[in-house]
Ligand binder design. Structure first.
Ligand code: AHG
Ligand code: MN
Ligand code: MN
Length: 338
């Protein structure tokens, strides 16, 4: 074995050196997120013990209240970032309103949006779950951050990343110059660079969608799915394999490394009111930013996710994300058949 061992701290610092104007605030913000990720990872690895050591909502032997993992992840990220003076405001999928910086503490230039625990239906069955985050520059000047600071399109992200709590814990992030993946070595508590410069492979392997919902999909999405399966007689292709976990982070991560597409299209159960499921701000936009910087693409079926200006914090969207040609093909089918 040879080659350098690069910790996430060192990597972030080296990226900062490439920007002589950087003050280090942003660098420290990324450290804080990595630290929150380690604390959440520790708790995730103990999740299965909850049944024997105490259930959420009960009090454990140390007299501490047991928390549900998504509440714990949410609180960890908020507590880690409230008092540092680096943020103006935060927004979380788990909170109905923006999260202000507590009174008496300084505010900073950045805005943090996050999904503290993604794939929560998978916690109890020991399948992979994740955390997603995005960082923006504040738009307002001075004073407490506002909802306007949070409602920015994905193209204005300055950084985005996710953590996957899988067979190992990994943190993947980009500040716009390459997508880099780090694996947590739990024995030393460090994220070590394991996947430098991730590019989505040009030859895709997988498609990922909840086909149980197919009867509620539009004609275009149904036909597109047949195309992915190699069943379109006019335009036959090599069929892709299906893989679906039901944790966006895990499904996205696999397709990023192996090539493919994840989609969660509009649901037409109520035909007059088609609905997306995933949240633009906490899920779609940060992953779209990462996909973009890894050579991929994300769309809501009609326009790039990165161009959508959110109108409300918890706005939902359809999402098609992965290899550019596969996502563009979905747009073509939707433009043609709806
Ligand atoms: P969350 O756990 O943060 O609410 O997100 C769940 C999301 C996402 O992770 C996943 O892709 C999707 O829900 C799965 O939905 P279905 O169970 O409808 O397939
Ligand atoms: Mn989620
Ligand atoms: Mn969540």
């Amino acid at each position: 074995m040879n080659g350098e061992i690069i910790t996430i701290e060192r990597h972030i610092l080296e990226q900062q050196r490439a920007h002589p104007e950087a003050t280090g605030v942003f660098t420290n913000l990324l450290y804080d997120i990595a630290l929150a990720a380690k604390i959440i990872a520790r708790e995730v690895s103990r999740a299965g013990l909850v049944q024997i050591l105490g259930r959420a909502g009960t009090v454990n032997v140390q007299g501490e209240a047991q928390m549900k993992l998504d509440v714990f992840a949410n609180q960890t990220i908020i507590r880690m970032n409230s008092y540092t003076g680096r943020l103006a405001v935060m927004a979380s999928e788990e909170e109905p309103h923006i999260i202000p910086i507590p009174e008496g503490y300084p505010t900073g230039r950045y805005v943090l949006v996050f999904d503290p625990l993604d794939g929560s239906s998978n916690i109890d069955v020991n399948a992979s779950i994740g955390t997603i985050f995005g960082i923006y520059r504040r738009k307002t000047s001075g004073g407490p951050g506002t909802v306007e600071d949070c409602l920015q399109p994905g193209r204005d992200l300055v950084a985005a990343g996710y953590v996957i709590y899988g067979s190992s814990t990994m943190l993947v992030y980009t500040t716009g110059s390459g997508v880099h993946g780090f694996t947590l070595d739990p024995s030393v508590g460090e994220f070590l660079l394991s996947h430098p410069n991730i590019r989505i492979p040009t030859e895709p392997k997988y498609y990922s969608a909840n086909q149980g919902n197919e009867r509620y999909w539009s004609e275009g999405v149904r036909r597109y799915t047949r195309w992915l399966q190699g069943l379109d007689e006019e335009d036959p292709r090599k069929p892709l394999s299906a893989r679906y976990i039901g944790s966006l982070v895990a499904d996205f991560h696999r397709n990023l490394l192996e090539g493919g597409i994840f989609y969660y299209p509009l649901d037409y159960k109520d035909p007059g009111k088609p609905k997306g499921k995933l949240r633009l701000l906490y899920e779609a936009a940060p992953l779209a930013f990462i996909a973009h910087h890894a050579g991929g693409y994300a769309s809501d079926g009609r326009r790039p996710i990165l161009e959508i200006v959110p109108e409300s914090l918890h706005q939902r969207t359809a999402l098609f994300i992965g290899n550019r040609d596969l996502v563009e093909k979905a747009e073509e089918f939707i433009a043609r058949y709806g």
